[in-house]
Design a protein around this ligand. Sequence first.
Ligand code: MN
Length: 496
Amino acid sequence: MTPSVEQLIKIGEFENGESTIIRKAYDFAKKAHQGQKRYSGEPYFNHVYATAKILCELGMDNVSVAAGLLHDVVEDTPVTDKDLAENFSPEICFLVDGVTKLGEVRFRGSRRHIESLRKLFVATSEDIRVLIIKLADRLHNMRTLKYVSEKKQKRIARETMEVYAPVAHRLNMGQIKGELEDLSFPYLYPEIYHDVLEMAKDHYAKSEHTLRNIDNKLKEELKKNKIKLISSDYRRKHLWSLYLKLKRKDMDISRVYDISALRVIVPETSDCYKVLGIIHSIWRPLPGRIKDYIAFPKPNGYQSIHTTIFSGTGNLAEIQIRTSKMHSEAEFGIASHYHYKGSKTASSWSQDILNRLLNNKPGTTKVVEAKTPAWIDEVVSGQTDESQPEDFMSNLTEDFFSNRIFVFTPKGDVIDLPTGSTSIDFAYHVHTKIGDHLTGAKINGKLSSLDTTLENGDIVDILTGKKLTPTAKWLEMVATTHAKRRIKIALNDKQS
Ligand code: MN
């Protein structure tokens, strides 16, 4: 059965005017992919449909959804750029072209691939929707990866883990990042995946029992204190991030306190602190585990309060407190800021997402303004009511790309550094030992001085020697605190 276009329009809640191009793209893509099959034996069209559906779920605009439907027509069917241009707007064609170019990128290996990767960042920096469509495409490919050859599975999973998941993380799209990592995990490390899964399973049952009791008690207390609760639920830690944490705790799962956590969602920022106060007056918090990411958001904009408490039954439990707005931002990141022309305003739009997310009936959730993550706030602050969504997106894109550069190892691995970074930052980012023994650097094949500022797309080859090389002068030549710290340690070692 062919999936219906009506369903897409319903999920995306598009109005009549908006849905026209979606219908057109749907018909065009269906015809173009006619007779094509995926490895699974399914019609190829199901893949582009699924990609568009993810974009609808993210609340992306109609242009992105249309481009999602069309994203493989130029690459995989006889349809040409020209055919597309005759039927669709330049905006849609630009997005399709950007995603097609991304499709050619291989993130490891030959020089030609590094070239296409460079092109990719140029295309993406013009319109961040290219990247979001690519993430949706990759997510569906990962969900159906079991059908391709083993060799291909490994390559795609690695690329996902090394490139796409970090990009999703940078965009604060926690939901997609977590799913991409967990889908890659079993292909890259099947045995470890199995072990972690088994360990986690045992803990889920135990900790969720504890959380349920805490949840019930907390609900009563919030009622007594007249604090409106939007929702509370348990969230399980994604397996890959659990594994990374286990590695830091000598694989001792009893030292990981947030395998499951209780997530409490309230209307206002001030409510978050009230809830924290109530929790701490009932249960004793574990010292050193109270994290206020509302006052001090994570670099990607993540906001929430985390605390770990003694449950009273011998177990520890983590509770996360946040507003609805913080929640949708943490799950959908940059996409949660995507609002567009027409009847939908930003706030009704985020309410739509929330309703979907929290599984409430429309209209039962009140969305209130909360503090926006700083880096997004800076971009949005330039906006007026008359600002067009295009301005908003180009500002957001600029901010994302203006603070970071993407450079490459000679093998084609992507290294993401703050602007102003040098080969020294690069070397320390790759490995402390490489930084400590750095003797020189080739940038794009040319020997360059160590204080040369790296630029987007540079390929950096690090030369090393046996001796410890850092000097005090290096401290002036780096942009990352990580490099600075490592250099100081090396200087001390040299003296002693
Ligand atoms: Mn595709």
